[in-house]
Design a protein around this ligand. Structure first.
Ligand code: FNR
Length: 368
């Protein structure tokens, strides 16, 4: 299998990485009292030692009372949590890697009782976690500004403790995406209406973060068409609509778009093989990260059983390498394969595909 440029050093603006591989952000709920501890540090250190170029941390909640939706998720606010993250950053740097936190607010998905936040309900553009069902609080304009400030503070703190970039979580039906998506944004003020209006929150957020961190600190923005509330949801149906959606985010200060797909080989629009990250790169000229079932074989296994796990994995990776060589996108994020194999990058680089373990949900029970 050709190694292509996947394993070569790359510079994207101010971000220089040892290679083009990225650890996808994955919530792990192993941070008691919302503080990343030594087990979390070692978990990330192992991935950096295993060759990952850029680690994007699990979603870590900004300092707003309704930001968190799940127990034992780390915060990125408050002295203790920031001290915990500083240890993670130092460990990853010692191992030669780079790292960005994924700044997260779950929005209306939150249910009262999750800490931190106590009785605070879910907050969303229309208080809806699911289209048409108001279960939480409809954000006022004051709330909107408060949340933006929480992201700004988290970004500034991230920069100060040595993170190499930040990623804003704008995907998968959480707060930022609840504004984007008409299913969960029924507002009639300037933060609702057409997609341009529904994008206003994200645009203001990115602009405010950019102003606070200065022109040189890399901002990654993750977004997706799919929502966990509805896998078939789509924000844009055509390249023209995609271009109009992205232009103001570029203008606001996004450096890199992390384009979340469930399978990296799926074309985004009819008539072209380009995937979502391919289209976003082509339309914006910005660097992009692709993701989705890299190194996972299930979709490549023929139903007649004529092939096995390793053959299927090789086909998947060959497809990936070809797309990297064609410069369809710049970076490649890997999720579950890296849960199963902390040293996935080094193993694939060395051609040791045979020694890779398959991902199994049971592996999520521990932080290995
Ligand atoms: C995820 N994913 C995810 N995405 C995100 O933006 N923030 C998050 O906190 C999480 N959490 C999370 C936890 C777990 C256990 C999994 C498996 C996934 C989605 C993830 O980043 C990635 O997009 C998908 O897993 C697809 O990549 P793979 O796993 O197919 O390589």
């Amino acid at each position: 299998m050709a190694s292509g440029q996947l394993f070569e050093q790359v510079s994207l603006g101010n971000l220089t990485l040892p290679n083009r591989t990225v650890m996808a952000p994955m919530t792990r709920t192993f941070s008691p009292n919302n503080v990343p501890n030594d087990l979390v540090t070692e978990y990330y250190r192992r991935r950096a030692q295993g060759g990952v170029g850029l680690i994007i941390t699990e979603g870590t909640c900004v300092g707003h009372k309704a930001a968190s939706g799940y127990p034992n998720v780390p915060m990125i606010a408050g002295e203790e949590a920031l001290a915990g993250w500083k240890k993670v950053v130092d460990a990853v740097h010692e191992a030669g890697g780079k790292i960005a936190p994924q700044l997260w607010h779950v929005g209306a998905i939150r249910k009262p009782g999750v800490e931190p936040g106590g009785d605070t309900p879910g907050y969303g553009p229309s208080g809806m976690a699911m289209p048409g069902k108001v279960t939480g609080h409809e954000m006022t304009k004051e709330d909107i500004q408060e949340v933006i400030q929480a992201f700004v503070q988290a970004a500034v703190d991230s920069k100060n403790i040595g993170f190499d970039a930040i990623e804003i979580h704008g995907a998968h039906g959480y707060l930022v995406d609840q504004f984007f998506w008409e299913g969960t944004n029924q507002r009639t003020d300037e933060y609702g209406g057409d997609l341009a209006g529904r994008s206003r929150f994200a645009i203001e957020l990115v602009s405010a973060v950019r102003e606070a961190v200065g022109p040189d600190f890399p901002i990654i923005f993750r977004w997706s068409q799919w929502k966990q509330q509805d896998y078939s949801a789509r924000l844009v149906e055509t390249p023209e609509a995609l271009e109009a959606f992205l232009a103001p985010l570029v203008e606001a200060g996004v450096d890199i778009f992390h384009c979340s797909q469930r399978r990296f080989w799926e074309p985004e629009f009819e008539g072209s093989e380009l995937n979502l990250a391919g289209w976003v790169k082509k339309l914006t000229g910005k660097a992009t990260i692709t993701v989705g079932s890299v190194g996972l074989n299930q979709d490549f296994l023929p139903e007649d059983g004529t092939s096995n796990f390793k053959d299927a994995e090789t086909v998947n990776l060959d497809e990936l390498m070809t797309r990297v060589e064609n410069q369809e996108f710049d970076l490649v994020a890997i999720g579950r394969a890296l849960i199963a194999n902390p040293d996935w990058v080094n193993k694939v680089k060395e051609g040791a595909i045979d020694s890779l373990k398959a991902f199994d949900k049971k592996q999520l029970a521990q932080l290995v």
